[in-house]
Each structure stands twice: as structure tokens, then as C-alpha cells.
Design a binder for this molecule. Sequence first.
Ligand SMILES: CC(C)(COP(=O)(O)OP(=O)(O)OC[C@H]1O[C@@H](n2cnc3c(N)ncnc32)[C@H](O)[C@@H]1OP(=O)(O)O)[C@@H](O)C(=O)NCCC(=O)NCCS
Length: 261
Amino acid sequence: MESGVESSDFNIPVPHATLRIVLTPPRESDGAAVIRGLNDPKVYMNLNGPPYPYTERDRDEWYTKVSREWKQNCAELNAIREREQASPSAGEIGTPSDWSQRPWLGGHWTSPIRHIEESETGIIEKFIGDIGVERESFLYIVDAEEKERRKAENDKLEAGDPNISWEIGFWLIPEYQGRGIMPAALQKLMAEIIIPHMNAHTVVGTHFEHNLASRKVFEKCGFSFETLVPNAVTINPAKIGGVEGQKVGVGVLKWQRNFAD
Ligand SMILES: CC(C)(COP(=O)(O)OP(=O)(O)OC[C@H]1O[C@@H](n2cnc3c(N)ncnc32)[C@H](O)[C@@H]1OP(=O)(O)O)[C@@H](O)C(=O)NCCC(=O)NCCS
């Protein structure tokens, strides 16, 4: 499709005072950097989702999944653009009655974060981390049946339904932490994708109790602290020298669409 979105050409520039940062589609060539990052304790001690140790096989499975999802996202974005071109005034979002009349992104979106550097040999688009949004996992709900029930209910809502609860996930390689990159990346993803193309009205961010940097990112992006659930998650024993049953608390922050937005 001539004017359509192809996964290879979809980039979102992220404003930053000193670095050229961009969100792009996943690339197979990022494998080694992703594996190195997710096996670093400054990253994996703060994440619940990815397996640890993170192997080449884990990365291959993840890449197969996300590249399939990117094709779907691009098809959905093309449908959105065609609809907007056909009737530009009908694209208004947010009113509870009109959402089912137009296409939306409905599933998982993940973007690598890249630092664009110029070198003698040309431009390098270095992988420095990942940011994504998906239907909420209800990580902080301790009762397994209740968690499953809430997740199933949320998963079956149609794309664009303002009742969907979305959840953010993100990480940066250690050399790029503490430089204000993630607040800028999250703000941009919210403004360019999550609000206009997912019709998000509720977005949740969770963090391990000790991870105040993560909490600050959410707060800088307009999320409000909701609760801290003590001992909500069991830490993968492989991360802590084989110790079984060690738990960590989970903080929950929430962003809610203000109808004036
Ligand atoms: C959490 C994370 C995404 C924050 O992104 P970031 O771009 O580093 O965020 P910022 O630079 O705005 O830092 C946020 C705050 O935390 C502090 N901070 C960030 N990284 C830190 C670190 N490694 N050690 C101590 N403080 C840190 C910053 O000083 C800043 O505080 P300030 O607002 O008072 O200046 C990033 O540090 C990271 O990837 N950490 C490992 C993985 C992770 O925790 N993922 C989130 C899981 S919920």
C-alpha cells in the first residue's frame, strides 16, 4: 500500500535535551543487546516479566511474537489512516458513544528505544531499551483466581473500548538510566499511540517496591500513586542465588483520561 504504514518505516522521535532518541519497530539485529540488557542485575532485578537467565531462545520467541504483532499493528494503523482520510471530521476520540464506529489498535505495542549516534562510519541506531503497552496483567492481585478473572474480563473487551485497562512496561540498559529518557519516551508513546489510537482511558504502571526511579517516571507522566501491595510477587529464585519464596511488594500508579485532554 503506497501511503500505508510499513513496520520498517514507523519511527517516533522522542524529544531530549542532549540525545537523539527514537522509538522504532523491533529489529532482529537487536538480539545481542537485548540479551545483554536483560541479563544485567540493574535491569532484571526490577522486572517481573522476562525470563531469567534470558537466553537466545527466549529472545527468538519474543522476536517472533512481536514482529507478528507489528504486522497486525501496522494493518490496524493503516485502517485508522484510511478512515481518517475518508472522513477527517469523524476521527474525534473519546466520547463513550462513538468509539465503536471506528478502528483502533487493540493489542500489544512494543517499541525499542534507540540512541542515534553519528560516527565516522555513518549513523548508528543503537538499541538502548524497550517500552511497551498491553492489556493489564493485574500483577498486584495476589489471589490467582481473581487475577485470572480480571485479566480475562479485560482481555475480551473490544479494541477501542474505553473500559480497557492498559499497562506500561519499560527498561533501559544501565548506561542510559538516570538521563531523563524514559519520561520523555512514555509521554511520547502516550501522546502518539496510546491515547489517540488505543482510546486509552485507564493506564496502569506497576513497579517493585524498591524501584523509585520507575515510580518517578510514572509520576512525571501524570500517573497518580494508588497503592502499594506488600509481598505481591515471588522473586524468581535464579535471580537471588536460588533462595525460594522471597517476595517483593508492588506499587501501583494510574493514569486516567481527563475529558478535557
Ligand atoms: C526505571 C527506569 C525506566 C527509569 O528511566 P530513566 O530514563 O532512567 O528515568 P529518569 O532518568 O527520569 O530517572 C527517574 C528518577 O530516578 C532516578 N534514577 C534513575 N535511574 C536511577 C538509578 N539507576 N539509580 C538511582 N536513581 C536513579 C533519577 O535520578 C530520577 O530522579 P529525579 O526525577 O529526582 O531526577 C530506568 O532506570 C530503568 O530502565 N531501570 C531498570 C529497569 C526498570 O526498572 N524498569 C521498570 C520496571 S517497572
